[in-house]
Design a binder for this molecule. Structure first.
Ligand code: GDP
Ligand code: MG
Length: 178
């Protein structure tokens, strides 16, 4: 794995069942990356190098938010170790959307002085007839929380590649403005 400024630890957080692991599994299987094999560093950690805007970036993706076996400390750990965060909710589950707001506040509290790149992710966009959270609401929430917004579908693999490219761009924007 690479070290230094091109390697980013990205953490998936959000209510159980919203699709975090499904997104992680797609990430693990993305085809058009430099190294064709995704390295599985543990049962819930994945590493992959992507080419984004002509520059390679290595993402270490952590999907351990729902890991009950390790106890509550894992969530504190997750809040501390990310270079960037994907806060995921399901567009079919309003409670998960409200939870996403809570997590944004918790994250801000945990990392007060840092400008951490975050993407608010409305997953399950394929389930149009079960939608409980509109695109406009998702977008408005992201504006309030000063982060990016995207709707994805892990089921039909819509916008998933764009999601991971997007988080790399967000990290770079902050790096380049320093
Ligand atoms: P996690 O608990 O956040 O890791 O969620 P999972 O990835 O385990 O997904 C929970 C359930 O939602 C599973 O049955 C998935 O197949 C389903 N799921 C995940 N993403 C999508 C999606 O984009 N669309 C649909 N229709 N189902 C999804
Ligand atoms: Mg999971």
């Amino acid at each position: 794995s690479e070290s230094g400024s091109n390697c980013y630890r990205v953490v998936l957080i959000g209510e159980h069942g919203v699709g975090k692991s499904s997104l992680a599994n797609i990430f693990a299987g993305v085809h058009d990356s430099i190294d064709s094999d995704c390295e599985v560093l543990g049962e819930d950690t994945y590493e992959r190098t992507l080419m984004v805007d002509g520059e390679s970036a290595t993402i270490i993706l952590l999907d351990m938010w729902d890991n009950k076996r390790e106890g509550e400390w894992i969530r504190d750990h997750c809040m501390q170790v990310g270079d960037a965060y994907l806060i995921v909710y399901s567009i079919t589950d309003r409670a998960s959307f409200e939870k996403a707001s809570e997590l944004r506040i918790q994250l801000r509290r945990a990392r007060q002085k840092e400008d951490i790149p975050i993407i608010l992710v409305g997953n399950k966009s394929d389930l149009v007839r079960c939608r409980e959270v509109s695109v406009a609401e998702g977008r408005a929430c992201a504006v309030v929380f000063d982060c990016k917004f995207i709707e994805t579908s892990a089921a039909v693999q819509h916008n998933v590649k764009e999601l991971f490219e997007g988080i790399v761009r967000q990290v770079r924007l902050r790096r380049d403005s320093k």
